[in-house]
Design a protein around this ligand. Structure first.
Ligand SMILES: NC(=O)C1=CN([C@@H]2O[C@H](COP(=O)(O)OP(=O)(O)OC[C@H]3O[C@@H](n4cnc5c(N)ncnc54)[C@H](O)[C@@H]3O)[C@@H](O)[C@H]2O)C=CC1
Ligand SMILES: O=C(CO)COP(=O)(O)O
Length: 349
């Protein structure tokens, strides 16, 4: 049994707290809202984010981050990426010995373009962190908290740390694999949100499954293109944190990114969508960050570029689709050449 601080009491922080509590761990959950923290402790409910779920007794909620971090073995940070740096800075002051840091957020920091594990490394000094692990994959909180079958990936540069997190979370409903490709796992989890906004947008425009399949497939190609340039292994994008998460986010009724795109396709503005959603839509800021990175690194990302124009420069979704469909003709797989006898050798690691 371990004591684990969970920083962030939104949908995902609460659902992951349930997984940990089911595994017998003591969870010290930190949230900003006193009303929500009281409701968790007194009524065993997170009324705002997961109102229908009864929370196990071994989840204890706090508004004071020092209380949540008091005598713990590991820290799980699950706040929107834009809040990550502030929350970590707040936590840092209350940590006195090296702790295992796990995060389950999916984004790229808007101003610095850092992945979340890099933000942790920058804000938490080595004397206060033993290792950094990301937990990512196709996993909506609404299903995890009902103990429906879910599979995710635990990734870290240290195998022991990835396995430690696998052991903390894994149970009969929540299956955890390990993967050493931290860059690939974080990039796949962050960038699939962009494509999910696009998939929702095409549905909002009235297009069908062909358009969705096109976006998902070509979206994965451009995610992998940028990821590989950043140092990821292409095989990771065919796994849970890549293709798996892309499927769930582009097709599930629970996806905030898909729903946001759907509203945009139906004519709402970004401001209207964000205020109606009331929950984080990571893909909006990630679109801007990924677009900027793709420009800096000279990586072609046509879907991301069109969505950036829609989200930040008032381009109409219809015009964006038309631009994508009217691009110059291309090969499907850049590495495959006609007449090449052994094309698969391009995929050797
Ligand atoms: N909801 C889901 O099913 C999943 C979410 N994620 C990721 O988890 C991360 C968190 O998402 P959710 O929990 O769904 O978001 P949410 O919108 O449900 O909740 C966000 C939580 O963060 C808190 N928060 C926001 N800004 C803060 C700040 N500056 N300081 C302290 N707390 C702050 C809010 O009060 C709220 O409790 C995101 O990166 C998301 O992509 C990943 C997998 C599944
Ligand atoms: O990452 C998620 C599921 O794996 C959550 O996606 P949304 O933020 O679009 O709901």
């Amino acid at each position: 049994m371990a004591n684990i601080a969970v920083l962030g009491s939104g949908s995902w922080g609460t659902a992951l707290s349930i997984v940990l509590a089911d595994n017998g761990h003591r969870v010290q959950l930190w949230g900003r809202s006193k009303e929500q923290v009281d409701a968790i402790n007194e009524d065993r409910r997170n009324t705002r984010y997961l109102p229908d779920v009864t929370l196990p007794e071994n989840i204890h909620a706090y508004t004071n981050i020092a209380d949540a971090l008091n005598v713990v073995d590991a820290v799980l940070v699950v706040v929107p990426t834009k809040a990550m740096r502030d929350v970590l800075s707040l936590a840092r002051e209350h940590i006195s010995e090296p702790l295992l840091f796990v995060h389950a957020s999916k984004g790229i920091e808007p101003e610095t373009h850092l992945r979340v594990s890099q933000i942790i490394e920058e804000v938490i000094p080595e004397t206060k962190r033993s290792s950094v692990v990301v937990l990512s994959g196709p996993s909506h909180a609404e299903e995890v908290c009902k103990r429906q079958p879910t599979t995710v990936t635990s990734s870290s540069l240290q195998m022991e740390s990835a396995e430690e997190v696998q052991d903390l979370f894994m149970n009969q409903h929540f299956r955890v694999y390990t993967n050493p490709d931290l860059i690939g796992v974080e990039i796949g989890g962050a960038l699939k949100n962009i494509i999910a906004i696009g998939a929702g947008m095409t549905s909002g425009l009235g297009f069908g499954d062909n358009a969705k399949a096109a976006l998902m497939t070509r979206g994965l190609a451009e995610i992998a293109r940028l990821g590989m340039k950043l140092g990821a292994n292409p095989l990771t994008f065919a796994g849970l944190s890549g293709l798996g998460d892309l499927i769930v986010t582009c097709t599930s009724v629970h996806s905030r990114n898909w729903r946001a795109g759907n509203m945009l396709g139906k004519g709402k503005t970004v401001d209207e969508v964000e205020s109606e959603m009331g929950m984080v839509v990571e893909g909006i800021r990630t679109t801007k960050a990924a677009f900027q990175v793709s420009q800096e690194m000279n990586v072609e990302m046509p879907i991301t570029e069109e969505l950036y124009q829609v989200l930040f420069h008032d381009k109409s979704p219809k015009e964006a689709v038309s631009e994508l469909m009217g691009r110059v003709k291309k090969h499907e797989v850049e590495d495959l050449k006609f007449g090449d006898k052994d094309p698969l050798n391009h995929f050797e690691p």
